[in-house]
Design a protein around this ligand. Structure first.
Ligand code: GP9
Ligand code: MN
Length: 431
């Protein structure tokens, strides 16, 4: 009911982080290119295998200050069973997915006040998702309409001939190559645009065609882990080429570029091989929680990158960050994350199962740990327990929003116009 949404509103209002004046509005009117790194975990950054960097291009974005990226090395995915879909959900709504199943599928007809719709209503942005798989996967072709996503280029927009496809869909290299004309089209007709490119090749079981391998496998004997580095390298190479193409077409210089990892690629079933990879005696529960880091990198034209930012943060924080960069006052929107560049950013990271990370200690599967020693905290302080309760309360509010479809009852501001899914059409029929 509307009373329930008021309780949520009170909570998110209290959690709200004021924008940082140094960043507020700095990306206003700029095109935004958001790049999804499938199954990419942060341990790959700077990792060397057989004496070679696995992802030299991404590493160069992290380390080369002249490229002006800010890299968040304590950024975590917050997904559950919804995997890619949960990551998309978190980043475009600043809401968590569900504890079980996928909100994309089971809450696909809910009312949302999503980032693409807000950007459109506040600053006339055109939004597009580009992905070389069938549009109905994860119910995308339905829920994107609730999010107010204007264009959805799925596999029907790409040349999916056999030799360009592997695993779930189009290989990343042809995907980026074939996406260029679509981006040019957006640039020509629909500026400013918000384009979201979802890669696919670096996905379990991490297979490549012969000839696409440019680094040797790892040698743990666990095939999944051993191949993981090869598909990561392939993704890294595809990105290098994509950046070159963007530059050549004049789409790089003045665009915001955002890069994120969606979720882990290596599950706990592979702990033994991972301990070898990381030179650890054992992958403990705490270590596993720490491995849930995924990269988040952002470059805003005209703004100096910070190099590496160590703030503890997660996918729910991206939407408020972007809204502030665009100069959009967002206090009235229901968001559980907080702006990464704000001095008031809240540096605890809830996981969907109720565990959470902070810079000093972690709460994993019901146990508190010191981050520096990895030791169990036998007697957690009141402050720690309060934060644990807050995280659980926050997640329960989130679930009320989703299960009760509460945004139906919420009017962020007087100008807000509810999104009508019938206004959106995807695929060949709309062309
Ligand atoms: C499917 C792709 C993979 O289109 O996004 O989804 P995942 O299995 O990672 O959730
Ligand atoms: Mn995924």
């Amino acid at each position: 009911s509307s009373e329930d949404i008021t309780e949520v509103e009170n909570y998110t209002n209290k959690k709200y982080a004021e924008p940082n004046a140094e960043y507020f509005g700095k990306a206003e009117g700029k095109n935004i290119i958001k790049i999804h790194l499938e199954s990419f975990q942060s341990f790959l950054i700077d990792y060397e295998l057989h004496g070679e960097e696995v992802t030299p291009f991404l590493n160069s974005l992290v380390h080369d200050q002249s490229k002006n990226f800010t890299y968040f090395d304590n950024f975590f995915h917050q997904t559950e069973q919804g995997k890619t879909a949960d990551a998309e959900f978190l980043m475009d709504n600043s809401l968590y997915g569900l504890p079980q199943g996928s909100a994309f599928v089971t809450k696909g007809t809910n009312t949302y006040q999503s980032l693409p719709a807000i950007m459109d209503q506040e600053h006339d942005y055109t939004s597009a998702v580009l992905h070389g798989d069938e549009g109905s996967f994860w119910n995308r072709d339905k829920i994107y309409k609730q999010f107010g996503i204007d264009k959805f280029y799925d596999s029907s927009s790409y040349d999916m001939r056999d030799e360009q496809v592997i695993n779930y869909g189009l290989k990343d290299k042809p995907f980026f190559e074939q996406s260029m004309p679509m981006l040019e089209d957006l640039a020509e007709k629909d500026e400013p645009f918000y384009a979201h490119l979802i890669t696919l090749t670096h996905h379990y079981p991490f297979i490549l065609d012969e000839g696409d391998e440019t680094i040797e496998k790892a040698e743990t004997g666990d095939g999944t882990v051993d191949r993981y580095f090869q598909t990561a390298r392939y993704l890294d190479e595809s990105l290098r080429q994509f950046f070159e193409d963007l530059k050549e077409k004049g789409l790089y210089e003045d665009s915001v570029i955002m890069i994120y990892g969606d979720h882990y690629g290596i599950s706990e079933n592979h702990n033994k091989a991972m301990s070898e990879i990381l030179g650890e005696e054992e992958i403990t529960q705490l270590k596993n929680a720490n491995l849930q880091r995924v990269p988040f990198m952002i470059r805003v034209p005209g703004v100096d990158g910070q190099g590496t930012n160590h703030e503890f943060s997660g996918q729910a924080d991206v939407m408020p960050t972007l809204l502030h960069l665009l100069g959009i006052e967002d206090k009235d929107y229901i968001q559980f994350g907080t702006d990464l560049f704000s001095d008031e950013h809240k540096d605890f990271v809830p996981f969907r199962n109720g565990s959470f990370m902070t810079k000093d200690y972690s709460y994993v599967q019901g146990v508190f740990y010191h981050n520096d020693t990895g030791e169990v905290i036998e007697e957690p302080t009141d402050e720690m327990k309060e934060l644990r309760d807050q995280v659980h309360y926050e997640l329960s509010l989130n679930d009320e929003v989703l299960n009760g479809d509460l945004l139906r009852f919420y009017e962020p501001n007087e100008q807000w116009e509810p999104v009508d899914p019938n206004d959106y059409q995807y695929g060949k029929s709309s062309e």
